[in-house]
Structure formats: structure tokens, C-alpha cells
Write a protein that binds this ligand. Structure first.
Ligand code: SAM
Length: 259
């Protein structure tokens, strides 16, 4: 009998392919000096091999029922600190205060976008992130203007950091197998972001407004918010659509509206 029946509501698809696990651990490249945080350790498919290399790590897991199995699977491997909480409510600044952290995980796909946005708010503190996500989500993260997958997620992710798609993982690597392909992405936060912190809410708002109606022209999506003169000052052609505008233009427009 299985020790644990995977729960759909927690997005549980456990990694079982040893080669894939090894490739992910290589991508993480854990070191003893790292302050590592794993999101969603589950039964420990990644936790154990990373712990073997790093000696210690902190893991955030919402499902209390997997924790005893996780502890058993990682017993005597290293120092495992478990935070039993919804990752969306975790204050990452309070973990290792004043120090940088590295974050990784085979994420629950149902919360991947809100989780990325939650992590952006701590991006100054994060050295890098290595995540398994639904392949389509990673394709959106790395897309550039005029790509079909380009949208709000591409712009927000690339504003905060540099995403790189490392490799694709097929459904058979998991138990139970998800319906979709997955991909490993590395996300390295920019050391210096293009806007000041006080300009960022406006930037996020402009991007959100634009992609609420991605088929409309920019002139129309920002009607009442951005004037023709402001668009001209940012050198933006109002006849284009949100998906045609590169990140740098959204940044330029924010600077015009809020110097
Ligand atoms: N890391 C394991 C593996 O690769 O086999 C499990 C990955 S599974 C896709 C996602 C894990 O995230 C599950 O263990 C699930 O219980 C946990 N999880 C789901 N929602 C969560 C949340 N909001 N906060 C923390 N963990 C969560």
C-alpha cells in the first residue's frame, strides 16, 4: 500500500524519475554555504538529494499529512527545518534575516502565478530560484514582445529577473502523471531593477490594464489613464497592441507618468 495518496487540491504530483531528479539537483547545484528554501517538498524526492549535498535546508509544506513521511525519508541525511504553512503567507524576509536565500521546488501548479508574484516582493533577498512549472507557464515567463506567449507574466517576471528555460520534463516523470508537460526554469533576480520601488505599483498597474484587453490598441487600453502626449513622450505608438510592446517601453511610460 502507498504511504500517501496524492492530493489533487494540493497540486501533488510526486517526482519518481531518478534521472530527472538528478538533473534538477544538478541545476540547483546546492552548496554547504547556501541558505536553501524548498517549496512543496512533498515526500522528499528533491529534499533528500539536496540535503545530502547542502547539509541543511528549510522546506515549506502545506499538507501536514506528508510531513511525517518527509521526515522519515530524510532522517539522518542532514538538518531539515520544516515550515508547515501555506507558502503564499510565508514572510521570506523573516527566514534567515539579513541574509540572501536560494529558493527551489517542484511547485504546486495551481498556485504558480500568485507564488511568483509573492516571491517578487522579496526579490532583493533572493539569489536565485530553480522551479519546476507547467511548460506553458515557463514559455510565458521567457516570451518576448510579438511572441504568442508574451503577456503580463513575461513582463513582470523579466522586470524582476532573468528567466531561463533549462529543460522539459515529460508527464511520465511523476506519480501521478500530470496532464501537461513541465519545464525547469532558473530565475535570477536583477541586482538593480529599472524603476524605483515607489514607481513599481504604477508599472504593475499599466501592465495589468494593458493585458486585461490584449486585443485592443494601446490608445484604448489606457484611455483616461495615459494621454496621447505622454505616449508620445515615451515614444510609444498608440496603434500597437499590448503584446507588441517590449518591457523597456512599459518602463519608459512609467517614467513619463511618474518621473
Ligand atoms: N517536491 C515533491 C516532488 O517533487 O515529488 C512534491 C511536488 S508536488 C508537485 C507540490 C507540493 O507542494 C506538494 O507536496 C504539496 O502538498 C505542496 N503544496 C501545495 N500547495 C502548497 C502551498 N500553498 N504551500 C506550501 N506547499 C504547498
Amino acid at each position: 500500500m502507498k504511504e500517501h495518496i496524492a492530493r489533487k487540491r494540493f497540486g501533488q504530483n510526486f517526482l519518481q524519475d531518478h534521472q530527472v531528479i538528478e538533473n534538477i539537483v544538478q541545476a540547483i547545484a546546492p552548496k554547504h554555504s547556501d541558505r536553501l528554501i524548498e517549496i512543496g517538498p512533498g515526500l522528499g524526492a528533491l529534499t533528500k538529494p539536496v540535503l545530502q549535498k547542502a547539509g541543511k535546508l528549510t522546506a515549506i509544506e502545506l499538507d501536514r499529512d506528508v510531513i511525517p513521511i518527509l521526515k522519515k525519508n530524510c532522517a539522518n541525511v542532514g538538518e531539515l527545518n520544516i515550515v508547515s504553512q501555506d507558502v503564499l503567507t510565508v514572510d521570506f524576509a523573516a527566514l534567515f534575516p539579513g541574509e540572501t536565500i536560494r529558493v527551489y521546488g517542484n511547485l504546486p501548479y495551481n498556485i504558480s502565478t500568485p507564488l511568483l508574484f509573492h516571491l517578487f516582493s522579496f526579490s532583493n533577498k533572493i539569489e536565485d530560484m530553480v522551479f519546476m512549472l507547467q511548460k506553458e507557464v515557463v514559455e510565458r515567463m521567457v516570451a518576448v514582445a510579438d511572441d504568442e506567449a508574451y503577456g503580463r507574466l513575461s513582463i513582470m517576471v523579466q522586470y524582476y529577473g532573468q528567466p531561463d528555460l533549462l529543460f522539459i520534463v515529460p508527464p511520465e516523470a511523476f506519480d501521478p502523471a500530470p496532464k501537461v508537460h513541465s519545464a525547469i526554469v532558473r530565475l535570477v533576480p536583477h541586482a538593480n531593477r529599472a524603476l524605483r520601488a515607489d514607481q513599481e505599483p504604477l508599472f504593475a498597474q499599466l501592465v495589468q490594464l494593458a493585458f486585461n484587453a490584449r486585443r485592443k490598441t494601446l490608445r484604448n487600453v489606457w484611455k483616461g489613464v495615459v494621454t496621447t502626449e505622454q505616449m508620445e513622450a515615451a515614444k510609444i505608438n498608440g496603434n500597437l497592441r499590448p503584446e507588441n510592446l517590449p518591457l523597456s517601453d512599459y518602463i519608459a511610460l512609467t517614467r513619463v507618468l511618474q518621473p
